[in-house]
Design a protein around this ligand. Sequence first.
Ligand SMILES: [Zn+2]
Length: 293
Amino acid sequence: MPELPEVETVRRGLEPVMEGARFEAVEARRRDLRWPLPKDFAARLEGQTVTGLGRRAKYLLADLSSGEVLLMHLGMSGSFRVFRDGNQRAPGQYYHERAQHLAHDHVVFRMSSGALITFNDPRRFGSMKLVPRAKLEEEPLLRALGPEPLGNAFDAAMLARACKGKKTSLKAALSDQRVVAGLGNIYVCEALHRARLSPKRRASTIALRSGAPNDKAARLVDAIKAVLQDAIKAGGSSLRDHKQTNGELGLFQHNFRVYDREGARCVTPGCTGTIRRMVQGGRSTFFCPVCQR
Ligand SMILES: [Zn+2]
């Protein structure tokens, strides 16, 4: 499933061909993705200019000149391809194979920038929704989301406040979208390893009794930001020479320190541990039992 860094890389890949461009033609080849497409989907997009392309957690938000916002989510297997000047580009491929079956090209945007943008989604867990900009705050899909991990508002004090008194594990707390938005299994594992904190540790232990952060909260916030920034950077660099649509795996997977490395040596300098896997909340957690405490 695409995680936040991949979605951000997709955003950066689409920005130059969408921002400031007008939807000249919109083709919806089916009525539904995960949910039905909005009523009069094509008619509400055609003729509108994208005034900005943003991201909230794993949602892409295209602001339209009509005052509506096009919310797009990649789901489990969604991806965009961009065709322009005879070139084809697929922004943001990290670690899953890209479907190239044209039968799964469900939505096609022809933009005034000259780009043809297709949304491909074999499993159809992706979604597109139109919401008035003024009502975005009340949008159920976004309303419950916690802070953006790369935003300035997300700091040790905020994370400690959210974890204060929580009896769940740190892994569960960080996976909770109300605590911090957009972190998935992979980056939670990676961030905990970088912060040298055990995924089993009780979430409340990163806060003092008053709710103020301790040094663990600070370490964890730094690790979360660093791991996401590194992943975006790796995605960005693979983007430049990314011409084909599938088969090529992204670069960041080679940089995982614990994820999918069960049985491998821990890469923490001076640590002699071996990466282990356990199941927490139905998902695999990868960690080093020696340096993560
Ligand atoms: Zn270790």
